[in-house]
Design a protein around this ligand. Sequence first.
Ligand SMILES: Nc1ncnc2c1ncn2[C@@H]1O[C@H](COP(=O)(O)OP(=O)(O)OP(=O)(O)O)[C@@H](O)[C@H]1O
Ligand SMILES: [Mg+2]
Length: 374
Amino acid sequence: MTAKTIIRFENITKRFGKVIAVDDVSLSINEGEFFALLGPSGCGKTTLLRMLAGFETPTEGRILIDGQDISRIPPNKRPVNMVFQSYAVFPHMSVADNVGYGLLVDGVARPERDRRVEEALALVKLDGYGARKPDQLSGGQRQRVALARALVKRPRVLLLDEPLSALDAKLREAMRSELAQLQDKVGITFIIVTHDQDEALAMASRCAVMNRGLLQQVATPSDLYEFPNSRFVADFIGQVNMFEGRLAVDEPDRAVVQTTELPAPVYLDHGVSGARDATVWVALRPEKIELHKRGEGRAPPTMDDAPADHNVVPGMIKHLTYLGSESVYDVEIAGGRMVRALRTNLTRWDQEDFTWDEPVWLSWHACSPAVLLS
Ligand SMILES: Nc1ncnc2c1ncn2[C@@H]1O[C@H](COP(=O)(O)OP(=O)(O)OP(=O)(O)O)[C@@H](O)[C@H]1O
Ligand SMILES: [Mg+2]
């Protein structure tokens, strides 16, 4: 089944005076998708959503819904509903009145309104809370009232701007899976804005990463993480060790990068399609680096998919952070460069093998690093 495009941004630019908030963005979003917009503060996420919802007008470009240019359609007539960054609920109104407010404004008659309010409250698991006032609810429940208020209008597309930002960590995580389940159930296209990358990776079917108004990459969560297209994306999504180098060999099934920061070249089991001798960056995720004991005549580890001397680097653990389920090891290598490795704590902490000032070998597979051209 091929996905059907529901929304298309075509060369959208938005300027506020001299500020270019959104810079020539072209992007298609499919029907039923859970799409996340990610990026640092001020990169243009909210502005992009506001243009889709009709609260801002693009300076250049067009936005299409179902192939129709929506520039002349006023916000309340668009098949889109937005849950705002600061989710305001009316404090003096009951939960049910808050949720039904939009229907009231649209002139939906009482019995129908009541029925749909009840349905929407059930969807967000707030059945029975209709008579309460917002100040009698927890933060997470208030958040769900705001959601129900948007869902009750049965939009084809729901825009969520940082919907979980006001919640504490535990609640955020619970709401993440609730949102994903809800989206599954109602089948509405969700576009969520967040600057929390974990949230985006956990919930979205596809993500767009923005930087300074520009679209940097659009991909599935795993492709964004494993195959970032630039230093910016590699660094923004998750943790990364980055080494600048020169592309010494680039063949279809193998490449070699010479770096000044690592004592040995980086060997890859895939080509890079870069220019020979070009400056490149090797991006290596901490969890892809293994630690091995070194010293007292121990030989370096051998690896099954690369010659023994490949991608094995000696170092010394200089810093260690225990995080419960895993530990972070900051390892100093020749030249003083620090390399970060992440390791699951397979046994209880007092049984763990590696400690401060311990000589180690770092190793990684030839398939693990991403080589970035920009
Ligand atoms: N009404 C406005 N007038 C002038 N500049 C604006 C206006 N709205 C947004 N901007 C600017 O446009 C840029 C993008 O803002 P936007 O609110 O879209 O960022 P964002 O990605 O949503 O950031 P955050 O994560 O902080 O919410 C910023 O530089 C912002 O200052
Ligand atoms: Mg914003």
